[in-house]
Design a protein around this ligand. Structure first.
Ligand code: GLU
Length: 588
């Protein structure tokens, strides 16, 4: 395999970071400051027994090796995540948060919430500066203010305890070997370290661990030694999650945050916050779509609810008959998406702390009433308001956005028994908070809270709070066939754009019969209750003109998706990896 087919250093990255530096936090939600790597051609991958699709080939190889040794999809997920934290540290790692879906033949779905939790010292004004105004997003970098208790390790350990087949310690071997040998710098990592140096270089930890002598970014393929992470991984392998939450790693994290707080005076996590963290097994949320059942993650992720709402609105229309080249189909997709985003902003927060009307939001009658507001021929003239879903127990919250900055990663796995894992994992910003402890990049996931906690005199559902999980857009999704067998696993990074990325690819496969690779190769169209963003590729020019004629305010843009799909077909297993990032699909 050719590991470094293209350099990804791109002018767009420079433009992205400059725009980001000048932008107030609210505008960031619509921005994609981590643009796609230079797109490269990828072929559909097929297999018969098992497959892994992830954002980095080394992580895919680690997962595949676990499957070859007789491990199952959950075992492989542990190995994939451990390696991703090394090979794609800008996107996810063991000091981040994640959501995992496990779908088993026979229709069983288990969903795990490993979202970060705010420390006990966090207050609703976490992101309000001394002048009473929200702090510009980038002033939270690099510092500890936005670091939540990491959830990935607890979640993986919980899933492994319930479902794992291979010993926990063995799953860390590929990552330990890689940390010992040094991690080869991948195109996307090099691109970000190079083009974002002005900002990332402000972090002494990144300068020490990722930049090379004299502050230069690593060259493509140059090995970056990771001795500290190697020690932590060995501890974690030997002692399990307690090493992370109660042992030396917890201590290293808390100490690094105390040090950072000394410099900036921001709240920190305590050893108590670390020790009391719990990942949560939640009820998944599902909805029929055509002949399938589509399932996703419940809140605190808004991703699952939004994906199901959009599909629910689309199910009233025959998209198959329209086909993928019909602008009417895309118009419906954009208008449905607009409405789901309006609901997302108003209604979703941490369900353990605010009343989230999840059941009402995915209620068939409610969705039909939202769909009825869509004009099949004309775009809404401006942002649509949120709806009033049934089965609410609390007051209505005002719509309020949060930056939801794109970094993140998604991987999909199927094992020999047909179990599927769909997991989206994040450190939030590129290289998270820019702080490193125990060798791990610490997340800055608390920036997914809405910065201004009160709007129009009302508390915001997604306001910061102690022990609270910030709202996410991550949307790991699985699809079951009529026999109850899982046949599709999908998800993507991309901040609030995740929702659109996932729905478009689902429609492409389920309505238009595209294979996973063809689905991720389609030009991306998004509507987040504003302009209709259409990927700047010639293939979308005609569609852009047609949608503009239907009243859409069209904006041409780059997409920063990283959609990774596995689909089971009568002909075998198919995998598709997003051409916009470094990922691959591999199977046997
Ligand atoms: N932090 C975001 C979330 O949890 C994800 C950011 C991204 O996709 O890059 O929704």
């Amino acid at each position: 395999m050719q590991f470094f087919p293209h350099s990804t250093v791109s002018r767009r990255l420079i433009a992205g970071v400059l725009a980001l530096c000048l932008m107030p936090s609210a505008a960031l939600a619509q921005q994609a400051p981590e643009p796609a790597s230079a797109a490269r051609v990828k072929e559909l991958v097929t297999a018969r027994r098992h497959m892994v699709v992830a954002a980095n080939p080394l992580a895919v190889q680690a997962g595949l090796d676990v499957l070859r040794q007789g491990g199952n999809a959950v075992d492989a997920a542990v190995a994939v995540q451990a390696v991703l934290g090394l090979a794609e540290p800008q996107s996810s790692g063991l000091a981040g948060g994640a959501f995992m879906l496990l779908a088993e033949p026979g229709g069983k779905l288990t969903t795990y919430d490993g979202r970060e939790v705010a420390g006990a010292a966090v207050t609703p004004t976490l992101f309000i500066g001394p002048d009473g105004k929200p702090i510009p997003f980038l002033e939270t970098f690099p510092q500890g203010r936005a670091v939540g208790v990491p959830g990935v390790v607890a979640m993986l350990a919980q899933a492994h305890a319930a479902h794992g087949q291979l010993p926990w310690a063995s799953l860390f071997k590929p990552a330990i070997d890689l940390a010992d040998a040094g991690v080869p710098a991948w195109p996307r990592m090099v691109g970000i370290l190079t083009e974002w140096q002005r900002m990332l270089g402000k972090s002494p930890d990144l300068l020490r661990d990722y930049y090379r002598e004299g502050g230069r970014p690593p060259a493509l393929g140059e090995r970056i030694p990771m001795p500290e992470q190697a020690i932590s991984l060995r501890l974690l392998a030997a002692a399990g999650p307690d090493a992370f939450y109660r042992g030396p790693i917890a201590k290293a994290i808390v100490e690094r945050l105390e040090q950072a707080a000394g410099e900036s005076g921001t709240p920190v996590l305590s050893l108590e916050d670390m020790a009391t963290y719990r990942s949560v097994e939640r009820d998944g949320i599902c909805m029929p779509y055509r002949v399938w059942k589509v399932c996703g993650m419940a809140p605190p992720s808004a991703g699952g609810v939004a994906v199901l709402q959009i599909l629910g609105m689309l199910s009233q229309h025959d998209l198959r008959a329209m086909g993928k080249d019909d602008p009417r189909a895309w118009h419906l997709l954009m208008e449905a998406s607009r409405r789901a985003h309006a609901d997302r902003e108003a209604h979703i927060g941490d369900p353990d702390q605010v009343a989230v009307p999840t059941r009402g939001l995915i209620d068939a009658g409610y969705i039909a009433s939202r769909a009825a507001g869509i004009d099949p021929a004309r775009a809404a003239s401006g942002p649509v308001p949120p709806g009033e879903p049934p089965f609410r127990t609390g007051a209505l919250y005002p719509a309020a956005d949060a930056p939801d900055i794109p970094s993140t990663t998604h991987f999909s796995i199927i094992d020999d028994a047909g179990r599927m894992v769909s997991m989206t994992s994040s450190v939030e910003f590129a290289f998270g908070s820019g702080l490193i402890a125990g060798g791990f990049v610490l997340n800055n996931q608390l920036t997914d809270f809405t910065f201004v906690p009160v709007k129009d005199g009302k508390p915001v559902a997604n306001a910061p709070g102690p022990g609270k999980r910030p709202r996410s857009s991550m949307a790991p999704t699985v699809v079951f066939d009529q026999k109850g067998n899982p046949v599709l696993a999908i998800g993507s990074p991309g901040g609030t754009a995740i929702i659109g990325y996932v729905v478009e690819a689902l429609v492409a496969m389920l309505d238009w019969d595209l294979d996973p690779q063809a689905a991720v190769n389609l030009p991306i169209l998004l509507n987040r209750n504003g302009a209709t963003q259409i990927e700047s590729v010639p293939a979308a020019d005609k569609l852009a003109a047609s949608l503009a004629a239907m009243g859409h305010q069209v904006k041409r843009d780059n997409a920063n998706s990283g959609i990774h799909i596995i689909r089971v077909t009568p002909a075998g297993i198919q995998g598709g990896a997003d051409p916009r990032r470094d990922g691959v699909a591999m199977g046997d």
